[in-house]
Design a protein around this ligand. Structure first.
Ligand SMILES: C[S@@+](CC[C@H](N)C(=O)[O-])C[C@H]1O[C@@H](n2cnc3c(N)ncnc32)[C@H](O)[C@@H]1O
Length: 389
């Protein structure tokens, strides 16, 4: 590469784009460039860990952005021994996680801010606490299973790593620390994304006739909705849309929800429901399943969608909110998510064609796909009853 190309890249560093499309394109191109020139040793070393989170180091530096702190000051603040902290600071600076301002002073970088966000901290903890042992089991698991695609959610690399036959959602119920960290991660997974209810979702599909409202028809049924956080957001973003809102999940999950008061205030009903069984809410205007279907392989997914298909009315729509994988050029984020699904749940991220087939085999029909996040390919996969015109 010529020195002028290096200069051009360095000039880019001085002027980070504020336009989201430009930012994404530059990020994608920079990552490709980095991979292109990376040596095997670089690859081996490009790792990070969460001690700076446990020490509240990133949070402190981020809250005091623009200021620089000596090693001694940071040792006093974090409680870490200076000799250890010195090595950590050097490592974090080398990986861009903080800035080394001078020989003995450190400050926040863009990545410090990312690491200081509670959702990122929960994500890193979730990966190190729950996911990493499962990832480490992948080679042994695949060799033992003759390199076959995992399809049984009780026989996954996760099951091998934790020596359990319980599927991960059941296992988590018995492992409260993993559950707590996992839920915090799920709730904050898409930090920085615009709310899907903020005009990104096709709101016309939610609109009901006055007689539907008078007859107490359910407008939104969030299937596998966890503690109902998406329903809460819906009410907040669309307070003028009249109609009942129901969030469903397993009793054991809803039982742990700490937001009952908020749900009551916003008139959101919590209904315990195992989505492998008959749907208790019949004829809702919209059935919504976010990050649910990608947790399951095709056969159980057909059971979940099939019970929704039996409950729909002629004008209902079913919105599956999941990643849609491109046929060509899946990004590292998308393909990582796919392997995470395989490792923990014997599940899969799907292409549009795969969704169309799955919906058809479940008694529904794909109407259209709206992709609202280009990084992950998060999309509304919108289906209607199979016999809808
Ligand atoms: C990845 S989380 C998604 C939660 C929520 N929809 C969201 O987008 O944040 C999957 C959800 O499926 C729920 N779930 C798993 N098995 C279930 C079952 N058999 N019946 C109902 N819900 C279930 C889990 O408890 C969890 O809340």
């Amino acid at each position: 590469m010529s020195s002028s190309a290096v200069e051009q890249l360095q000039n880019l560093l001085k002027d980070t784009p504020s336009d989201e499309n430009e930012r994404r394109d530059i990020y994608g191109a920079a990552v490709k460039l980095m991979y292109q020139v990376e040596t095997p040793q670089d690859t081996q070393q490009r790792l990070y860990h969460g001690t700076g989170i446990d020490l509240n180091l990133f949070k402190f530096l981020d809250e005091n952005k623009g200021n620089a702190f000596s090693q001694k000051e940071l040792a006093d603040i974090t409680g870490a021994e200076p000799a250890l902290l010195y090595r950590l600071l050097r490592f974090y600076a080398a990986h861009g996680m903080i800035n080394q301002v001078d020989q003995d002073t450190y400050g926040a970088s863009n990545i410090t801010h990312n690491l200081a966000l509670p959702g990122t901290a929960a994500g890193i903890k979730h990966y190190s606490l729950t996911m990493t042992p499962a990832y480490q089991a992948i080679p042994k698991y695949l060799a033992k299973n003759s390199y076959k695609n995992p399809t049984d959610s009780t026989k996954t690399p996760f099951n091998m790593a934790y020596n359990t036959e319980l599927p991960v959602f059941k296992w988590r119920e018995q492992n409260p620390e993993n559950y707590k960290v996992g839920q915090a991660f799920m709730a904050a997974q898409r930090i920085g994304q615009r709310s899907v209810w903020d005009g990104l979702v096709p709101l016309d599909d939610f609109k009901m006739k006055q007689e539907d409202i008078d007859n107490d028809r359910v407008m939104l049924c969030d299937v596998g909705g966890g503690s109902g956080h998406q329903c809460v957001e819906f009410r907040k973003y669309q307070p003028d849309m009249k109609g009942r809102i129901v969030t469903e999940d397993l009793f054991s999950v809803q039982n742990l929800a700490k937001n009952r008061e908020e749900l009551n205030k916003l008139n959101i009903e919590m209904v315990p429901h195992n989505f492998m069984q008959e749907q208790p809410v019949q004829g809702a205007k919209v059935y919504y399943l976010r990050n649910v279907i990608h947790n399951w392989n095709d056969e159980p997914s057909k059971v979940i969608l099939g019970s929704v298909a039996k409950a729909v009315a002629a004008d209902s729509v079913v919105i599956v909110d999941d990643v849609v994988m491109p046929q060509v050029g899946a990004s590292w984020k998308q393909s990582s998510m796919d392997l995470a699904m395989m490792t923990m749940l014997a599940a899969v991220e799907r292409t549009e064609n795969h969704f169309a087939q799955l919906l058809q085999e479940s008694g529904l029909k794909l109407r259209n796909v709206v992709t609202y996040d280009k990084d992950y390919g998060d999309s509304f996969i919108i289906a209607v009853p199979a016999d809808a015109s």
